[in-house]
Write a protein that binds this ligand. Sequence first.
Ligand SMILES: Cc1cc2nc3c(=O)[nH]c(=O)nc-3n(C[C@H](O)[C@H](O)[C@H](O)COP(=O)(O)OP(=O)(O)OC[C@H]3O[C@@H](n4cnc5c(N)ncnc54)[C@H](O)[C@@H]3O)c2cc1C
Length: 452
Amino acid sequence: MPDIDRTPAPVDSRPHVVIVGAGFGGLACASALGGTNIRVTVIDRNNYHLFTPLLYEVATATLSPADIAEPIRRILSRYPNVDVVLGEVRGVDHGARKVVLADGSFVPYDRLVLATGSVYSYFGHDDWAKIAPGMKTIENARQIRGRLLMCFEQAEMSRDPAQQRALMTAIVVGGGPTGVETAGSIAELTRHTLARDFRRIDPRLSRVLLVEAGPRILASFPEELSGYAERKLARLGVTVMTGKPVEEIRPDGVTIAGEFIPAGTIVWGAGVKASPAGGWLGVETDRAGRIPVAPDLSVPGFEGVHALGDTVALPGDDGAPLPGLAQVAKQQGEHLGAALEANLLRGEAMRPFRYRSRGNTAIIGRNAAVFDFGKRRLKGWLAWVLWAFIHVYLLVGFQKRILVTMQWLWRYATYQRGARLITQETPAPFAKTTASPVAEDSQPFERRRSVG
Ligand SMILES: Cc1cc2nc3c(=O)[nH]c(=O)nc-3n(C[C@H](O)[C@H](O)[C@H](O)COP(=O)(O)OP(=O)(O)OC[C@H]3O[C@@H](n4cnc5c(N)ncnc54)[C@H](O)[C@@H]3O)c2cc1C
C-alpha cells in the first residue's frame, strides 16, 4: 500500500499532533491533549496498551494477558479529537513532515511526538533472544509461561535424572527489579502452586538462579534494600549469584563465569536499549540508542519533533539521564501534552520538564517488597501492601482493577494461580524424553508422598 495518506478523516485546519507509541508516555500525552482544539493521531503497532509492571505475573501464571492490557481505542474513546491508527512505524520523513508506516502508507504531522519505548539488549548476542526471552511483550510473557510449565511436564515424563534436574532449573539473567520479581515469582510457583500437582517429580526441588554480573542485585536501590531482597529471595529458594557474568546462552543452559549450568527455562532481564526512533531521524544517539532531547522534550535540529520516555536521554537534577521508568514517561507525557496545547493554541513558549520522583519499588514475593523514596525507605509487608495498592490503582480500567484484586486475594489465600495454560507452540526444551512412567526410586526428583 504505497504512498497512501492514513490520516483519519476529516482533515481540517486544526493543528495536527501525531504521537507514535501508546505506552505510558504516549498515552499520557494523548490524554493531556484530549478534549482540546487540536487534532491528535496516536499510532501504535498494537491495539492495546500494556501495563508492563505486571508482565511477570503473566509469565508466572498469576494473571492472564487480558488482565494487564487495555484497548487503546477504549482508553481514548472519551476524546473526540483523538484518533487511533494501528500500524508499525518504520521511519520519519521530516522534510515532508510525514510518519512512514511499514506498509508504505504515511501520516502527515504538524508536531510529532516519538514515544516508542525500549527493547531488550542482548549486548551483541541477538541470537540469545529466542532462547532467553526478555519480559517486554505479551508474546514474551506467554512464551516464558509456556516454557516454564512445559519443563515440568517434560520432567514428569523423563527417566533421566540429569535431564529432570535441568528441566527443573530456571535461570533469570539480570538482577534489576524485573529479574528479582520474576525469580521470586517462579520460586513461589514451583514451591507452592505446583508442589502437589505432579506424581513423579517434586517441583519443590526445582532450582531458580538469579544471575547478576554486578556486585549486587537491585543496584538502583540503596544497599540496605538490596541486602534485604537477597535474603528474602534466598528464603524463597532462589540462588542469587552476583559478580557472575553470563558468557553464553544455549537452548539447554547457560555458561556463567566459566561454569555451564543446564536449564530448561532461561529469562533475560539484563539490559535495555532504546527503540530505533533515533535512527528514523538520523540523530546521534547515546550508547543505549536514546535520543538526546532538550529540557522541553524537543529534539534539537528537528523543529516540531518531540520525544519522551524510555527512548530519550534527558538529564535529571543529578546530571545522569532519568531512569527508564513508567512514572518518568507518564510525567513527561502529561507535561508535553499540556505544553503543546499552550504552545499551539495560545502561542506560549514550550516549558522545560522537571521530574518529580514518587519512589522506586520492587516486589520480591509474597509479603515482601522494597520502596525507596529517597530519604525514606520501606521494606517488608507494609511495602508489599503499598506496592499492591499502587499497581492496582495504576491499572487502566475499573473492571481490571477489580479482577486483578480478586485474583491476588485468591492467590494470597490459596497459593493457586489460575493462568497455568500452555497455549502456544512451546518448543520442547530438550527433545528427548520418555512418555513411559519410571520406577519411583530411580529418580532424584521423585515425589516421596504416601498414597492415601
Ligand atoms: C517487565 C517490566 C516491568 C517494569 N516495571 C516497572 C515498574 O514497576 N515501575 C515503573 O515505573 N516502570 C517499570 N517498567 C518500565 C516501564 O515499563 C517503562 O519505563 C515505560 O513503559 C516507558 O514508557 P514509554 O511510553 O517510553 O514506552 P512503552 O510504555 O514501552 O511504550 C512504547 C509503545 O510504543 C509502541 N511502539 C514501539 N515501536 C513502535 C513502532 N515502530 N510502531 C508503532 N508503535 C511502536 C509499543 O507498542 C508501545 O505501545 C517496567 C518495564 C518492564 C519491561
